[in-house]
Design a protein around this ligand. Structure first.
Ligand code: ATP
Ligand code: MG
Length: 273
């Protein structure tokens, strides 16, 4: 029972903890992390490599079991076992993730359109014609034409593959889309296209974003609110402009002041020509 449904956040993460390993080898990847994401909102997670961003995301989508804390989706605790098959299916649908390198997660022998149709088939009961229409619609939404929908992943560019990954995530009609360094490997101009695409989708579909990135310029462009993680913990959070322009924590200042030049990819750590 929920007495105040209008104020329940879409996603609330409370005191989330993740340990890896046992005994003396135990390491804490995520240490008491908490934040909220609201309907139509966009939350950035920044932090140095190894600060626990991906681990947090993996717990939210259920790929990793938390050692402690709660993950509430519309007030329902996803760290507890689902009570019905329907609830389990919904959990698998309403939060989707896009990773940095879509090629590794795409089936190399499957045509892009078939891949999207497969996801639609898992989540919705549509006949062949309706499925086809939906695949086209998704293609249109992310900027893939019929020829590209009929292609194998290897025939596509990095930017096009990332569009496929986004379309595949959206095929499930999620309420939350997690993007984990989803544009980091792309050229600056392609990156800008994908970021514009994401803001259009946010407006059109009302999807909320959890946006993980090393790139503060990207975070600034996409996220209303931002949290800064360090050594598994949140060291700062607030409105993106506040956090980036008037950082309270010395670590945030350090992150901001070490923002690399354009053409420098911090995820890879080498300059691109
Ligand atoms: N499956 C695992 N087993 C053991 N340790 C792990 C595992 N996954 C992550 N870790 C450790 O947890 C810590 C946080 O890793 P995580 O991948 O969440 O960092 P991140 O913030 O996403 O870093 P990056 O920016 O490099 O992607 C790291 O020290 C990592 O080595
Ligand atoms: Mg990561």
């Amino acid at each position: 029972m929920n007495p105040t449904p209008t104020t329940t956040p879409l996603l609330a993460v409370e005191h989330l903890v993740k340990h890896f390993g046992k005994g003396r080898n135990q390491a804490t990847a995520v240490n008491d992390v908490g934040f909220e994401l609201h309907d139509g909102g966009s939350l950035g997670i920044v932090g140095e490599s190894g600060s626990g961003k991906t681990t947090t995301a993996r717990m939210i989508i259920g790929l990793e079991q938390p050692s402690g804390g709660r993950i509430l989706f519309r007030g329902q605790d996803r760290t507890q076992p689902a009570r019905t098959v329907r609830e389990l299916r919904e959990r698998g649908r309403n939060i989707q993730i896009v990773f940095q390198d879509p090629y590794t997660s795409l089936d190399r022998r499957q045509r892009v359109g078939d891949c999207l149709a497969e996801v639609i088939g898992v989540h919705f009961r549509l006949d062949r014609e309706e499925t086809k229409r939906r695949v086209r619609e998704l293609g249109e939404l992310v900027g893939l034409d019929d020829r590209q929908l009929g292609a194998l992943p290897k025939a596509l560019s990095g930017g096009q593959r990332q569009r496929v990954a986004i379309a595949r995530a959206l095929a499930a009609e999620p309420e939350i889309l997690i993007l984990d360094e989803a544009v980091s490997a792309l050229d600056v101009s392609i990156q800008a296209q994908i970021l514009n695409l994401l803001s259009d989708i946010r407006e059109e579909r009302g999807v909320s974003y959890l946006f993980i990135s090393h790139d503060l310029a990207v975070i600034r462009q996409v996220c209303d609110d931002t949290i800064v993680m360090r050594h598994g913990a949140v060291v700062e959070q607030g409105a993106t402009a506040e956090v980036l322009d008037r950082p309270q924590h010395p670590y945030t200042r350090l992150l901001r002041d070490s923002v690399p030049r354009e053409g420098w990819n911090p995820a890879i750590g080498i300059a691109r020509s």
